[in-house]
Design a protein around this ligand. Structure first.
Ligand code: PGA
Length: 272
């Protein structure tokens, strides 16, 4: 895991957007895995700006979202389809037919979830999966106890998640208790993962994910088994990390290599 600690929320959004944009530029027909929630909002804002000001082109990009509430249609203001339209898709040139958000009103969820997995595979798999993390360590709606091999399926939300989400609904009784979500196994198959976290309410989950054991009690910890994960957090979300100095050291070395100064690390170039 590459752990990048940045000063604040804006820096996290800019770094996240830069990683997404650089993939879209190098592979215009890439497949993006997208997330909802407050964390990725800044990334979407920045990508919309890059589309408007720097010609970032989404016309060939395909997207798959992680999850959706059961029972909410695309027109419901709290549905994740609605969130994606209003916070991202409606402001860039992604083709509507290439955007996929699970259907929270499918009649046969088992068949529907299988078809969602098949569509991801048919698109060539996810090149980059954007992720947030729940205070309980979940990724997507893979609540504690979810199988680390799980696939897209129905999931019952924990009381903690339902309570966390209640702030968005007028009446707490309206908060959905079930979601359709990609599984941990689905997420682990994406070629690269980018997990973002902001704020001290995420500090404990970030420490468990990065430095704790791999356990289904913190489903984000399964990312330790993935070969290409970048975790970008602000100072508050990083505040419980015990190996913080080491991550900063790795980051300094990585930046020198990426900015073409490997000699500063004692690495000789082939022609030298
Ligand atoms: P948040 O949600 O970005 O709104 O904090 C993250 C999550 O629960 O996965």
């Amino acid at each position: 895991m590459r752990v990048v600690v940045l000063p604040d929320q804006q820096a996290v959004a800019e770094r996240g957007a830069r990683i997404v944009a650089s993939l879209v530029r190098s592979k215009p027909n890439c497949v993006l895995g997208l997330a909802t929630g407050s964390t990725p909002l800044g990334v979407y804002r920045e990508l919309i700006r890059m589309h408007a000001e720097e010609d970032l082109d989404f016309s060939l990009v395909t997207t798959f979202n992680l999850d959706e509430y059961v029972g909410l249609g695309p027109g419901h203001p709290q549905s994740y389809r609605y969130f994606m339209q209003s916070n991202f898709f409606d402001h860039v040139n992604v083709q509507p037919g290439r955007t996929h958000v699970p259907d929270g009103r499918a009649l046969d969820f088992e068949a529907y979830c299988e078809s969602y997995e098949r569509r991801i595979a048919d698109a060539g798999g996810i090149d980059l999966q954007l992720l947030g993390i729940g205070a309980d360590g979940h990724i997507a709606f893979n609540e504690p106890g979810s199988s680390l091999g799980s696939r897209t399926r129905l999931k019952t939300l924990t009381k903690e998640t339902v309570d966390d989400n209640a702030r968005f609904f007028d009446n707490p009784d309206e908060v959905p208790r079930l979601a359709v979500t990609m599984g941990v196994g689905t997420i682990l198959e994406s070629k690269r993962c980018l997990l973002l976290a902001i704020g001290d309410h995420k500090a404990r989950a970030i420490r468990s994910m990065v430095e704790g054991p791999v356990t289904s009690q913190i489903t984000a910890s399964a990312l330790q088994l993935h070969r290409d994960v970048t975790v970008v957090v602000d100072e508050s979300a990083a505040s419980w990390l015990e190996r913080r100095e080491y991550y900063d050291e790795v980051e300094r070395a990585q930046s020198l290599i990426e900015s073409g100064q490997p000699r500063a690390l004692g690495i000789q170039q082939p022609e030298e």
